[in-house]
Design a protein around this ligand. Sequence first.
Ligand code: PLP
Length: 495
Amino acid sequence: MKKIYESTRDCNVNVTASEAVLNGISPDGGLYVMRDLDIINIDVNELVGKNYHEIAYKILKEMLNDFSDKEIGYCVSKAYNNKFSSKNITPIVKVGDKYILELFHGKTSAFKDVALSILPYLITTSFGINKIKEEVVILTATSGDTGKAALEGFKNVKGTKIIVFYPDEGVSQVQKAQMLTQEGNNTFVSAIEGNFDDAQTGVKNIFTDNNMKKILADNQKRFSSANSINIGRLIPQIVYYFYSYIQLLETGEIQKDEKVNFVVPTGNFGNILAGYYAKLLGLPINKLICASNKNNVLYDFIKTGVYDANREFYKTISPSMDILVSSNLERLLYYMSDNNNEMVKDLMMNLVQKGKYEVENSIKQKIEEIFFAGYAKESEITKTIREVYEKDNYLIDTHTAVACKVLEDYKDETGDKTKNIVLSTASPFKFAGSVYKAIFGKHDKNEFNLMYELSEKTGFGIPDNLMGIEKKPILHESLCKTSEMKDTIIKLLNI
Ligand SMILES: *Cc1c(COP(=O)(O)O)cnc(C)c1O
């Protein structure tokens, strides 16, 4: 089968789609990318009338070309047949003058469920295609939502184990409870002393650590990644960009070939990159609006061409976006530089050595043609939550609020009249404390009580998976320093 994926950092590192999925990250530290992504053309008008499953099938088939029809069908049905509480998987609703794409109807009430419901099957299928008999150990760093979604996705999937590291002080009470109460015979969770970037860097280092690889191999195991550096995470996210567009076409909200904007609350640049991929594949997108919180490193980068991670790290009320090193930006740089692996490699070396890099003016301009960047301060997030609730009687979480705020700034600044689809990445009940406070003011109750009170006062229902979460038994207790992550893995796996 043709090796259509290469490393962002070296065009001589070539792999098949299934190899890219099972490796997660390229051995040279680069990310896997498809060289000629824009050669694939998906005709949007041919998708009209198709459901989520059918659109997923079509897109996955194009991007995972060494999977058989049967294998793709198996993965799609396993992921989306009965794990979502909405039959549309990702329904879209009109709120005021914009459309909100609700991506939070999966098992853990965050958008990451969309990709992490299917990833376990993509990975186990990839192992099968490559006749690998070893057990796969999924290693994941989380800023809160990936961890739980990955645990839930991999729970009891045969031939897999999953280990999640999360920043001890960096996640919400509900997120923490979700992870610590995780059931399953193959799930492991550990807090680390540090922030998300520390966790992510630790995990990346372990992936490229030959000694660890050997220890695992000696025990018939092998690492893979559930983070959005894995193409198996990114590709399923392209689907809802297409599907949301189709939904609006079918209901007559937009006309054939009409361009739309997508507004994406961004952290690791995975979700919005999937939007860029959708554009390359032929979806009529005008602007991709990149919304950051107070950790606005992406905003600065898009405006100035300088990526500088040497700055204060803020803990915000949108914790899943508290990130200073946005991994998937590396893939964008690859495409924006016309596949210049050498340049990407240099920039990434600068990032490691100096925490900083700068791109050429031509690349900066290219990025600005496609993307608009904005950010929201803490007070702006709460104000937006309150306004949307009071004006439109609709509840949004803190991350979605960042996007809504930046959309308003975008409209003010540009006067653009294009229709806007805001990606809603989490249920408001997952961040109930902040949402409650934004609407009803100060409180001294814990987050769990506020979840129930928010539901009572607003009339919006709490997702099933969050009901009674505070009463579930704690099943995971590990806490380690970042320097102890390797030892922790060995201990948890008992090898
Ligand atoms: C992960 C996450 C984000 C950020 O998505 P990226 O793909 O990392 O940019 C935004 N909102 C929520 C709720 C998330 O869980």
